[in-house]
Ligand binder design. Structure first.
Ligand SMILES: *[C@@H]1O[C@H](CO)[C@@H](O)[C@H](O)[C@H]1NC(C)=O
Ligand SMILES: *[C@@H]1O[C@H](CO)[C@@H](O)[C@H](O)[C@H]1NC(C)=O
Ligand SMILES: *[C@@H]1O[C@H](CO)[C@@H](O)[C@H](O)[C@H]1NC(C)=O
Length: 381
């Protein structure tokens, strides 16, 4: 029966493949058109294969149950250090400490919210500014509040601002800043803090936890701008741009300083070094983590899909991976300058007026440039 069906299919496509004079048009592929599934020894790739397998709707649940039984699942409570890691990562003992910390906790995504602002989005903001900050960066946050991050109405649209924080622990040699932080949280009501070590490799966690928070407390925000606390954002320009978008353009909006064709750095001295025992492969297109702009709808979908993507130690690459899983590609926009602008334009208000986001600016630089950028009588001919 099956072979009969295949015969029919072949003769059918054979007929399709001839033009009206009966000449053959079919071109046979020179290479195999299917790809054998490759299994990798790198830890992240293995974790991702496990997630793909468990979430594959074509694999029946009984088979999954069997595979669970066969597989060493690691810790039953995913937030205990993962005891499989040292034996599964060949060069574990020679990896820099931050990799060991990352790998041991890679499966844990649930950390308690210590400081919440359940009403941050009560005004159903048009734009939510979500700023990645670190607990000791009081001065940067205050400069942002007084300049581009001022919450309220801008260009006839509501803007809300939240700062995303983890903890600064004494084991990482931070002084105890909880008292001051409590005061700041009460005064400004714009801090979100989760109970995890705020390190470079945990920025991915910050992203996932923020999207979880967003899904619960801010799902009606139309747009999100997520960025670092040392970028300068031209909030008006961003809002004017968003006002000009059609409903269709909004749906999958994700723009920033997009990097394509990148892959992991293998030089141990670089900040973005990733050993082969952790990851092999190319990176999907991703927007530099300094700042990007996307729709609230997409933020909800990014949270959903993040459950299907293993945590990766570089947060902007991780967001690119999640977008790819959704079948989306971030779009490059020349208004996003996460790698800075030419020095001679550093203080040029007209250049800033046409930019959406530029990296990096100190709090004092933000205070200095903001009045120029917002002055209505600025003549930029
Ligand atoms: C302000 O925005 C609202 C919709 O958000 C619109 O109805 C109103 O006309 C706008 N006002 C001005 C002065 O543009
Ligand atoms: C991330 O945070 C968790 C929870 O605080 C911590 O155990 C882990 O060491 C951190 N990872 C890194 C790479 O700092
Ligand atoms: C996210 O997933 C949940 C559960 O599968 C679903 O109900 C919801 O509609 C999804 N949300 C989006 C925005 O895709």
């Amino acid at each position: 029966m099956l072979s009969l069906f295949i015969c029919l299919l072949i003769s059918f496509s054979w007929n399709l493949g001839r033009d009206n004079r009966g000449r053959q048009r079919i071109r046979l592929p020179s290479k195999r058109f299917w790809q054998k599934q490759r299994f990798s020894d790198s830890f992240w790739n293995k974790e991702q294969q496990r997630l793909d397998f468990n979430n594959n709707p074509l694999i029946s649940s009984s088979l999954k149950a069997l595979s669970h039984w066969l597989e060493d699942l690691g810790p039953s409570n995913l937030c205990q250090p993962d005891h499989r890691v040292p034996s599964q990562v060949a060069d574990y003992n020679s990896l820099p400490q931050q990799f060991r910390d990352f790998l041991l906790h890679m499966r844990c995504r649930t950390y308690p919210l210590l400081v919440n602002q359940p009403r941050a989005c009560a005004g159903k903001p048009f734009l939510l500014l979500a700023v990645k900050s670190l607990l000791p960066h009081f001065e940067r946050r205050q400069a942002i509040r007084e300049t581009w991050g001022r919450a309220g109405v801008v260009c006839n649209r509501t803007v809300a601002t939240v700062f995303l924080l983890g903890t600064a622990e004494s084991s990482d040699h931070f002084p105890d800043l909880r008292g001051v932080l409590g005061h700041e949280a009460k005064t400004h009501k714009d801090l979100l803090q989760w109970d995890y070590r705020d390190t470079f490799f945990n920025l991915t966690l910050k992203e996932v936890l923020f999207h979880k928070w967003f899904t619960k407390y801010c799902p009606q925000a139309r747009y999100v701008l997520k960025g670092d606390d040392d970028v300068f954002v031209n909030t008006r320009r961003v809002i004017e741009y968003l006002k000009g978008l059609s409903e269709v353009e909004t749906q999958d909006l994700f723009i920033g300083d997009v990097i394509s064709d990148a892959g992991p750095h293998r030089d141990r001295k670089l900040k973005y070094f990733i050993p082969e025992s952790v990851f092999v492969g190319q990176y999907p297109p991703y927007a530099g983590g300094g700042g990007f702009l996307y729709s609230g709808q997409l933020a909800l979908r990014l949270y959903n899909v993040s459950e299907l993507v293993a945590l990766y130690p570089i947060d902007d690459v991780y967001t690119g991976m999640c977008l790819r899983k959704l079948g989306l590609v971030p779009e490059k926009h020349s208004g996003f300058r996460t790698f800075g602008i030419e020095e001679k334009y550093r203080w040029n208000p007209c250049v800033h007026r046409n930019l959406m986001l530029v990296h990096s600016r100190t709090p004092q630089e933000m205070m200095k440039i903001w009045p120029y950028v917002t002055k209505p009588q600025l003549d930029c001919q």
